[in-house]
Ligand binder design. Structure first.
Ligand code: NDP
Ligand code: KAL
Length: 257
């Protein structure tokens, strides 16, 4: 333990299993002495989380269910977090969802329902949780969400999620302005491809990983622990002058033409 996060309480949203980016982040935070609170949606994720916490020797302050596409569920979860923790200092939003049917073929074929589902689960969810978290960040704080380069450029098959991530990144900037006056920073990591449950079964994933190995300056892919350490930086005092930022953790791929 190095103690970078001692006396800080952080809410981590989006652990589904050991491969989740949020779990890479949780391990880094635990290593640095943070007190952790977890939210989950599916019962299956809760079971996995319990196994992981036990195996890693992490004693969470609280695990609470939270459907990020439902305002009542968000309010209930943060109400419970407020009761148990009082003050929080960090929030990790590592959540996205789109219908599989909208993650292939042409973006032009996206139906209204699929568009709204992706937007509300993947982008609006940050706005809703930031609003609740703000109430508990009475000593200042740091909010970090997870994005992907498909927000900036057209990436085959990413389609409706690319547009949702563009909204997420713009929300990071607007939220950074709103919450800055309370000493709360808002940033995002733009991670390279990582084999996780969400990535499973989506077409084109293997090809994209191979392209990164060939073209990224570091000539390799990145992993959950690297995103974990970069997120830790954004949650810690070390990044106190940084807000509204998109930090690429992608082996440098985004600089290539
Ligand atoms: P995981 O499948 O491990 O995590 C996705 C998480 O999203 C799950 O824990 C899932 O919970 C949660 N989730 C989805 N919808 C909701 C909802 N409505 N309410 C609450 N939780 C919800 O995949 P990743 O770790 O890869 O994904 C985490 C984030 O990282 C996402 O934002 C993703 O877009 C982003 N990202 C991923 C990359 C990759 O290559 N893997 C690259 C760049 C960014 P549950 O299963 O319980 O519903
Ligand atoms: C260009 C890439 C290839 C893949 C294209 C689209 C990926 C979209 C990510 C999105 C989060 C995936 C889903 O929502 C899948 C969902 O429809 C079905 N899966 C599930 O329900 C599982 C069980 C749960 C855990 O998933 C969720 N989301 O809750 C993008 C690649 C190279 C990089 C990735 C994967 C980026 C990213 O944003 O995840």
């Amino acid at each position: 333990m190095n103690g970078l996060m001692t006396h800080k309480t952080v809410v981590v949203m989006g652990v589904a299993n050991e491969r989740s980016i949020a779990w890479g982040i949780a391990k880094a935070l635990h290593r640095e002495g943070a007190k952790l609170i977890f939210t989950y949606r599916k019962e299956r994720s809760y079971q996995k989380l319990q196994q992981l916490l036990q195996a890693e020797g992490v004693e969470p302050l609280l695990c609470v269910s939270c459907d990020a596409s439902d305002d009542a569920s968000i309010e209930a979860a943060f109400g419970e977090i407020g009761k148990q923790a009082g003050v929080i200092h960090g929030l990790v939003h590592s959540i996205a969802f789109a219908d599989k049917e909208n993650l292939k073929g042409e973006y032009a074929d996206t139906d209204r329902e699929g568009y709204l589902l992706a937007q509300q689960s993947s982008a609006y969810s940050l706005v809703a949780v930031a609003r609740e978290a703000r109430k508990l960040m009475t000593e200042g704080g740091s909010i970090v969400t997870q994005s992907y380069i498909g927000a900036e450029r057209v990436v085959k098959n990413y389609n409706v999620m690319g547009v949702a991530k563009a909204a997420l990144e713009a929300s990071v900037r607007y939220l950074a302005e709103d919450l800055g006056k309370y000493g709360i920073r808002v940033n995002t990591i733009s991670a390279g491809p990582i084999r996780t449950l969400a990535a499973k079964g989506v077409s084109g994933f293997n090809d994209i990983m191979a392209t990164i190995e060939e073209k990224a300056p570091l000539r390799r892919n990145i992993d959950q622990d690297e995103v974990g350490d970069a997120t830790l930086f954004l949650l810690s005092h070390l990044s106190r002058g940084v807000t509204g930022e998109v930090l690429h953790v992608d082996a440098g791929y985004h600089i290539m033409g």
